[in-house]
Design a protein. Structure first.
Length: 228
């Protein structure tokens, strides 16, 4: 049973979400502010539902501190229409966002997609790996190396890099990346794919010739460039 940690100061909503997720055979823990949420984190947590507006420590600061130690998937709960909250959350390492108010069906679909993606990347033994040029990934232990150096990736960035590595030199559209990596159809004005690719690109060293490893093809998508 997946263990989900809800960090939200709305007690009524948290109790409702706990009830809904319990019916889906999830183990659920709750925290009502960011500091309490950080204290509640441990290795048993499979997914964090994190609200943005909270007392003591808001969602963004909580996410920053969370990412210093944990690569657990994080689904941000943002105010409806606040695109800046979504962008900032993705820049800080959130895996996805869900605007409030949302339906139970939408929430469960997002959670299943994130957990399914995490389980897929963890498939295989600890020593199985995927390699392309000087990049080596171990899906069984969610570790990625470039030139022998360990890359500090979130679970979504890891899944994204894995998909690029098994499709080298191929143009991958945002629609394909959203569906295959994020587990959802690309919606209008959805910048999640762009932000995750941008974050991943920052963590990958350029090729010796100074060119980025992930190339943007305007109007077409992205590809893992071969470099020199």
């Amino acid at each position: 049973m997946p263990h989900i940690l809800i960090i939200d100061d709305d007690i009524e909503l948290s109790d409702l979400l706990k009830e809904v997720l319990s019916f889906e055979n999830c183990t659920v823990s709750t925290a009502y502010d960011g500091m309490e949420g950080l204290d509640a984190m441990d290795e048993s947590v499979d997914l964090v539902l994190l609200d943005v507006m909270m007392p003591k420590l808001n969602g963004f600061e909580t996410l920053k501190q969370l990412r210093e130690k944990w690569d657990v998937p994080v689904l941000m709960l943002t105010a409806k229409g606040d695109e800046i909250d979504r962008v900032v959350g993705l820049e800080l390492g959130a895996d996805d966002y869900l605007p409030k108010p949302f339906s139970e069906r939408e929430l469960l679909a997002r959670i299943r997609a994130i957990l399914r993606r995490t389980q897929v990347t963890k498939a295989g033994t600890q020593n199985d790996y995927v390699m392309y040029r000087d990049i080596k990934l171990y899906p069984g232990r969610l570790e990625a190396y470039c030139n022998g150096d360990l890359l500090d990736l979130t679970s979504t960035e890891f899944a994204l890099l894995h998909y690029f590595l098994v499709n080298p030199g191929q143009v991958l559209t945002k629609e394909v990346l959203s569906l295959e990596v994020l587990g959802k159809r690309l919606a209008a004005f959805d910048r999640a794919v762009d932000m995750h690719v941008s974050n991943l690109r920052k963590k990958l060293p350029d090729w010796p010739n100074g060119k980025p490893r992930i190339k943007t093809l305007r109007g077409r998508g992205y590809l893992l460039a071969e470099g020199e």
